[in-house]
Ligand binder design. Structure first.
Ligand SMILES: [Zn+2]
Length: 334
């Protein structure tokens, strides 16, 4: 098998704070010899667990980059037990272009795992992460938000995993984050997710959906900054951090049925009838599709297919057939 071509100036076994890069060799239209730099920060202080923290897996979700860049500057070696590895922009070409997918190869980083060392740049980065970084980790955190397309009630999320002890450890970490919701989701749009791969290796793995592009601001960023520190403290990695007591414990909710994910029946403009947090029942119209080019056509109602609460809805009105317009969640029972 081809070995991974990515190099780094980081020594993962060295104590102290290091900032550097993963270098991905490229050859492009504008430069025959080039390198795409993926920023990385490692803070290690002796023996202990390893946390692996990602932002910018999707390029238009900036909560992760801001949270991890702040964490990297704020935390010093003496604050840490073990090793924190941070990659604030896992897909730098997408982050710098402000788009979800890589503009270099059109790939979705969060569908590229476990990756391919002889594939395109996104596959190569995914392969380095899955073959070199995730095996070192005890805790894996992948910070996402709704980006341009979706609004979310801020949540920490995970799949239901079969191993009960692993599931309990993931739920404990999810509660410790102290976001308003702990959200158990199902994959309805393909496989190859970074969290799925980390879960399959038995890692305590958290994702997040912290708002959206238009919710990006003080409240969401505070939830992200506080949450990642709380989880590191729970795992004994930030011994001096004292989590603030929460006014309200997080609510555990799940969307585990395919029908919880309501997809647009036709192309059009989606007009929502419900807001985040609203209760809905199956058959209730949660919105309608408008046909701009056919004014004689009546709008087409879009019904909820299950009972529950709206945890997410589409943020951008123009919608294509099959795109998700809302997600319905119910209380989670293990
Ligand atoms: Zn995302």
């Amino acid at each position: 098998m081809t070995s991974n071509p990515i190099w780094t100036d980081i020594d993962y076994e060295k104590d102290g704070k290091q900032t550097g890069f993963l270098g991905v060799p490229q050859s492009t239209n504008s430069a025959g010899w080039a390198t795409v730099f993926v920023p990385i920060i490692v803070i290690r202080n002796g023996a202990g667990p390893t946390a692996l923290l990602f932002g910018g897996n999707h390029g238009d979700e900036y909560e992760g980059p801001v949270t991890l860049l702040n964490l990297a500057h704020d935390v010093e070696q003496a604050d840490v037990r073990g090793r924190i590895i941070m990659i604030p922009a896992l897909n730098p070409p997408a982050v710098m272009a402000g788009v979800r997918l890589s503009p270099l190869d059109g790939m979705n980083m969060n569908r590229a795992f476990p990756g391919d060392p002889s594939g395109t740049i996104t596959s190569q980065i995914a392969h380095y992460v899955s073959s070199t970084l995730i095996p070192m980790a005890d805790l894996v955190v992948d910070i996402h938000s709704g980006g341009r397309s979706m609004h979310f009630l801020s949540s920490v999320n995970m799949h239901r995993v079969a191993d009960v002890a692993q599931m309990q450890a993931i739920l404990a970490a999810g509660r410790a984050w102290n976001a308003p919701y702990v959200f158990i989701y199902r994959d309805v749009a393909g496989s190859g997710l970074l969290p799925s791969y980390a879960e399959s290796l038995g890692k305590v793995t958290l994702g997040t959906e912290l708002g959206s592009a238009s919710q990006f601001g003080v409240s969401t960023l505070r939830t992200a900054a506080r949450g990642v520190r709380n989880v590191l403290a729970l795992r004994g990695m930030l011994p001096k951090h004292r989590p603030e007591p929460s006014a309200q414990p997080p609510q555990l909710v799940a969307s585990e049925l395919r029908d919880d994910y309501v997809m647009a029946p036709v192309d059009g403009i989606f007009e929502p009838f419900v807001e985040l947090g609203d209760a809905v029942t199956a058959g209730q119209a949660i919105g309608q599709m408008h046909f701009v080019t056919q004014p004689a056509w009546k709008p087409q109602p879009v019904p909820a297919l299950t009972d529950g609460m709206i945890i997410s809805r589409r943020a951008f009105p123009l919608t294509r057939q099959g795109e998700c317009v809302a997600v319905v969640a119910r209380p989670f029972i293990l």
